[in-house]
Design a protein around this ligand. Structure first.
Ligand SMILES: [Zn+2]
Length: 184
């Protein structure tokens, strides 16, 4: 474990406060960072339900001044809450994370949940393979043409972004904004 982490932790697990042998645990994300964990935390952080009561310590660590500790606490509480541990949800409801810390905490969580539905201009949910019409003339950047109002696009493909779909117009595969489409 590197010296900075060691001195920050001060010989105590950064999640539960236990003293003893500490190991570095990497909190994943765009800028991953290590936190110092005891062996009990290390052993069950990936599957916290195995030792659910131990994790009541997160009620304190979620308020840590160290963002990486908050992120690890938040993610672990989310897992517990998703498994029906209502006390974990209670902690999450009163917890406050700075917006950038919250964004970090949610990295990797959102990809596991099914995202927002893709909806057309009327709020109708669009599904993979649907047909739509374009409700206003759209200049297609880079393709050098305008997708005309009323053009029908068949067999659309959903993307990770609920605001965008892919479809073929004039034989060219392009990205279209779902708010300018209407399901046929
Ligand atoms: Zn611990």
């Amino acid at each position: 474990m590197d010296k900075n982490l060691e001195s920050r932790a001060g010989g105590k697990c950064e999640l539960c406060g236990a003293e003893g042998e500490l190991q570095a645990y990497s909190v994943t994300g765009t800028n991953p960072e290590n936190i110092a964990l005891c062996s009990t935390c290390m052993d069950s952080i990936e599957e916290p339900l195995l030792n659910a009561n131990h994790w009541r310590c997160l009620g304190e660590s979620i308020w840590s001044g160290v963002p990486a500790v908050q992120v690890a606490s938040y993610r672990t509480l989310k897992k517990l809450s998703a498994e029906g541990e209502s006390w974990a949800n209670d902690i999450l409801e009163i917890a406050y994370l700075e917006p950038e810390v919250l964004a970090w905490a949610n990295e990797g969580i959102q990809s596991e949940e099914s995202g927002e539905p893709t909806k057309d201009s009327n709020g109708t949910t669009l599904n993979e393979g649907d047909s739509v019409t374009i409700i206003k003339d759209l200049e297609v950047k880079g393709a050098g043409f305008t997708a005309k109002q009323g053009t029908k696009v068949t067999n659309i493909h959903l993307t990770n972004d609920p605001e965008q779909i892919e479809g073929r117009v004039n034989g060219v595969k392009i990205v279209l904004l779902s708010k300018f489409l209407k399901k046929v």
